[in-house]
Structure formats: structure tokens, C-alpha cells
Design a protein around this ligand. Structure first.
Ligand SMILES: Cc1cc2nc3c(=O)[nH]c(=O)nc-3n(C[C@H](O)[C@H](O)[C@H](O)COP(=O)(O)O)c2cc1C
Length: 153
């Protein structure tokens, strides 16, 4: 068993929420403990342990609605360092946009700049071309091996 995995959901119209719920089921079926954050507020999130972030891009490369508050904090010049945090990002978008998966790419880079540890390479899901559940299932299955070796409290 590993520590609780905090699943952050950045969605506007619900696709990403369904995907994150699917991942939660996979993790729980492997006896991994999870906590969902459907509207993650930066201040209320633990700043150590593991975040798995599922983030859709909207607007013209913007974060989806449920993570706009989160964006305001991590994009600010006063964003706190996160040296005790490990994370992985699953970016959701559509390849018809020039700003394909831009929010997830931004979040992944920004957390790294804030000294958090990237646990696993970012997954990018193209909702126009990919089978999202199939792609995310493969990604999370590989991720589980990493999570199992994650240091305990
Ligand atoms: C108004 C609008 C703007 C969008 N802008 C982008 C974008 O800039 N880049 C991108 O990769 N996808 C973009 N998308 C595609 C969404 O990321 C995609 O539809 C995704 O499935 C939405 O996830 P959600 O239902 O969790 O909000 C946009 C979709 C809409 C409706």
C-alpha cells in the first residue's frame, strides 16, 4: 500500500471527471487509497505526497473551470515551492486546437519549476482521435508500479 493518492480534476463539461473516476476505480482495485478533488482549491490540498492531475484545456489554452482557482495560485509569482510533492499529469484536449493540451502542459511544467517531482511522464489524450479510457488505463497501469515504490510516511 502507498499513501493516499490525491486525484485533481480540471473539467468544464464533465469528460475529464468521467476519466478521473475511471482511474480512481483502477487504483482502488489495486488496493491503492485515493481521494478525489473535483474542485481543487490550492490552499486545501496537501502539499506533500502524490497528486494525479486530470486537466482539460478550454478557451484558447486555458485551464478548465474547476481548476481556475488552482491556476491563479500556481501561475502567480508568489506560488509556493512544493519540494515534498510528487505528481503526474494527464492532459486532455482536442488536436484541432493550436493550443492542444496547453493547460496540462503548463501545469506539468509549472509544478516541476516549483520543485515538485514528476513521478511519470505526462499523458496527452486527444479526444478527437484516442480511446480515452483505453489510453488512460494503460498509463495508470504503468504508473501503479511507480506508486508502489513510493516512500511511505
Ligand atoms: C470552447 C472550447 C474550447 C476548447 N479549447 C481547447 C484548447 O485550447 N486546446 C485543446 O487541446 N482542447 C480544447 N478544447 C477541447 C476540450 O479540452 C475537450 O472537449 C475536452 O474533452 C473537454 O473536457 P471536459 O469535458 O472535462 O471539460 C476546447 C473545447 C471547448 C468546448
Amino acid at each position: 500500500m502507498t499513501n493516499t493518492i490525491h486525484i485533481l480534476v480540471g473539467t468544464t463539461s464533465g469528460n475529464t471527471e468521467a476519466l478521473a473516476d475511471h482511474v480512481q476505480e483502477i487504483l482502488e482495485s489495486h488496493d491503492l487509497s485515493t481521494q478525489m478533488h473535483y474542485e481543487p482549491t490550492f490552499d486545501d490540498l496537501p502539499k506533500s505526497g502524490i497528486w494525479l492531475i486530470f486537466l482539460a484545456t478550454h478557451g484558447a489554452g486555458d485551464y478548465a473551470d474547476s481548476m481556475l482557482d488552482f491556476y491563479d495560485v500556481i501561475a502567480s509569482t508568489n506560488a509556493p515551492l512544493l519540494p515534498d510533492l510528487s505528481y503526474a499529469v494527464c492532459a486532455i484536449g482536442e488536436s484541432c486546437y493550436d493550443t492542444f493540451c496547453e493547460a496540462g502542459r503548463h501545469c506539468d511544467k509549472k509544478l516541476s519549476v516549483l520543485n515538485a517531482t514528476r513521478l511519470f511522464e505526462r499523458l496527452e489524450i486527444d479526444m478527437m482521435e484516442d480511446d480515452p479510457e483505453d489510453k488512460v488505463s494503460k498509463w495508470v497501469t504503468e504508473l501503479i508500479d511507480k506508486l508502489r515504490s513510493y516512500p511511505q510516511d
